[in-house]
Design a protein around this ligand. Structure first.
Ligand code: NAD
Length: 247
């Protein structure tokens, strides 16, 4: 088992990150689940074999360096990094204050940059893969998403930047843009009229399941995706293919 691959999944305590952790494990990987919600992290991960719970805030550069050190000390390698931790804020542009804007950018954008930068030396040794989690809100603009949508659009571009730079080290970088999934994050910001607008705007007429997003994440980390880099895959029930708007 010592040569099993190792994935780092940020935001691994619940939702899409926990679903990705479960699929990695089913496929024989080991997983370092990184989260700042220490209670939920230990509740979810302590009972699972081959999962290392790592307490950290990914917007803190020192904490992020510590994550990589801890994983390498434990398992000696990093084969994949899933930049999944995120926060959501639905607020109109005129009502979003700078502190809120910075809070969204700190996790959703700075965190992706910091974790990627810190993991590069280890990923170069394994010719590993990075998957960033953006959102359909980063592909299409709508009201209420000035900070969240902009942070996710930036993640889509950051994916291309890192793909362009890291290819020479054999590192692939891709992005998944999920449609709505009924996780804690989404349910905190999706008011009833937003939920019903999503049902109308999504050709498959439903929310996704965390596992449906996670399958795409693990595929992009796997050798099956060995010539895919710099891409964003919308896993959204067809939302991005249509022009139907949201409130
Ligand atoms: P979630 O709230 O269930 O899980 C997110 C996890 O990230 C939580 O455990 C949280 O504690 C952790 N986290 C947040 N900020 C952190 C930080 N600074 N440091 C460490 N951990 C941190 O949410 P989810 O829906 O599973 O979201 C996962 C990703 O998917 C996010 O990037 C989100 O923006 C994206 N996404 C979600 C949806 C959706 O509808 N649920 C849609 C599109 C994109």
């Amino acid at each position: 088992m010592t040569d099993a691959k190792v994935a780092i999944v940020t935001g691994g305590a619940r939702g899409i990150g926990l679903a990705a952790t479960e699929i990695f494990l089913e496929q024989g990987w080991r997983v370092a689940a990184v989260d700042r919600d220490t209670e939920e992290l230990h509740r979810a991960c302590d009972p699972i074999a081959n999962v290392l719970p790592v307490e950290a805030d990914i917007s803190d550069p020192q904490a992020v360096d510590g994550v990589i050190r801890q994983v390498v000390r434990q398992w000696g390698r990093v084969d994949a990094l899933v930049n999944n931790a995120g926060v959501a804020l639905f607020s109109r542009a005129g009502q979003t204050n700078f502190e809120q804007w910075r809070e969204v950018m700190a996790t959703n954008l700075d965190g992706v940059f910091l974790c990627t930068q810190a993991a590069i030396p280890e990923l170069a040794k394994t010719r590993g893969a990075i998957v960033n989690i953006a959102s359909i809100s980063g592909l299409r603009a709508s009201t209420l998403r000035v900070a969240y949508g902009t942070s996710k659009a930036a993640v889509i571009h950051l994916t291309k930047q890192f793909a362009a730079e890291l290819g020479e080290q054999g590192i692939r970088v891709n992005c998944v843009a999920p449609g709505p999934v009924k996780t804690k994050l989404a349910m905190a910001v999706h008011a009833p009229e937003i939920i019903s607008a999503y049902y109308d705007a999504i050709p498959l007429n439903r929310y996704g399941e965390a596992r449906e997003i996670a399958e795409a994440i693990v595929f992009l980390c796997s050798d099956k995706a060995s010539f895919i880099s710099g891409q964003t895959l919308a896993v959204d029930g067809g939302f991005d293919a249509t022009g139907v708007g949201l409130p």
